[in-house]
Write a protein that binds this ligand. Sequence first.
Ligand SMILES: Nc1ncnc2c1ncn2[C@@H]1O[C@H](COP(=O)(O)OP(=O)(O)O)[C@@H](O)[C@H]1O
Ligand SMILES: [Mg+2]
Length: 373
Amino acid sequence: MTNFKAFARQEVALAPFTLLTGLNSSGKSTVLQALALLRQSYEAGLLDHTDDTSGFLLNGELVELGTGQDVRHESYTENDPHITIAVTKDKSLYKWKAAYGREDDLLKLLDAPPGHHSQALRDLPSLFGPGFQYLRADRIVPAVSYPRSHDAAVRRSFLGARGEHTVNFLRAHQDDTVTAMSLRLPEASTTSLLEATDYWMQRLCPGVNILADGIPGTDTVRLSYGFGSGFSGSGRYRPTNVGFGLTYALPIVVACVSARPGSLILLENPEAHLHPQGQTWLAFLAVAAVAAGAQIILETHSDHVLNGLRLAVKDGRISAASTAVHFFRRTGQARKGQTSEVVSPAMADDGMLSDWPKGFFDEWENSLEQLLD
Ligand SMILES: Nc1ncnc2c1ncn2[C@@H]1O[C@H](COP(=O)(O)OP(=O)(O)O)[C@@H](O)[C@H]1O
Ligand SMILES: [Mg+2]
């Protein structure tokens, strides 16, 4: 991408499992937002052609980025004042360049070679096809009811950028079969989406089970939790009476267990509100989704998510070559404003990383050193 938010120009190598980390405000979400912006513009019918009606839709269902002035990187140069987002796949480059308009919330696409856009839409099915999920850091909180959107949850299988359609998606798709071995219940002959969701939620909270059903006479659905197994544990609880972390993690769990070959799943801070072991399990779940054929890009501050990924590499559940770890940090002053850079430690087959830049998951050591001093 060029001239997009935190970056004057930045390339980020994406693997089947990409982990983005770094200090606050270092550009991690910018990477996810660039992809979400393409997706949101495409879904609005604005990306498949180049004329006055095409462009980057800055404010929509996935991201609300403001106007041109908010998204164009401060230190652009007059030689290249435009905003570009490009994706390379199998050595082919697909590029969307949009003209800057200070107050515009639709940045008009500039000319591309004939056929470029339609080719890109065909060749990047994970970005533009079904199976795309983007879960932002600000997600649904425990509530008495959730929206019932047929269009989002049933027709498009979309969980919502805040996971707001998760409960309705579960209600509608709970009996779907999970075919991927990595996501199914061990030793079960078949696993439904609801069973797989329960199974992975139980890794976060032993004994929990989930019920998602409609509320008659309303356009809403409800979620409830049970604890314990079988009929003995039949008491059910509203999300508002259960720990915050469970509901906060549910969209992440459902996005991963519903992963299919070709899914692209973007996750911001999936570890939020989970206990440390739960965070490790969450990395295992994301690895299982990759084994099911999905591509995951996640932004995290969690040592446990990183270590979960490293353990999964060591155990052979994912190959080191299928992972990418990027550490974002801000550099000093650019020509104007600040800019960010990316350091990418390489993962070895035993889960070891080639490089531990300063500030990269080193707080344990920093604090211990001071404690032992
Ligand atoms: N138009 C812009 N020009 C330059 N920097 C920007 C622009 N918009 C946002 N930023 C910078 O981007 C950073 C936030 O990036 P973000 O990707 O949200 O960070 P995080 O790493 O916390 O996810 C902030 O440092 C902000 O200064
Ligand atoms: Mg962020």
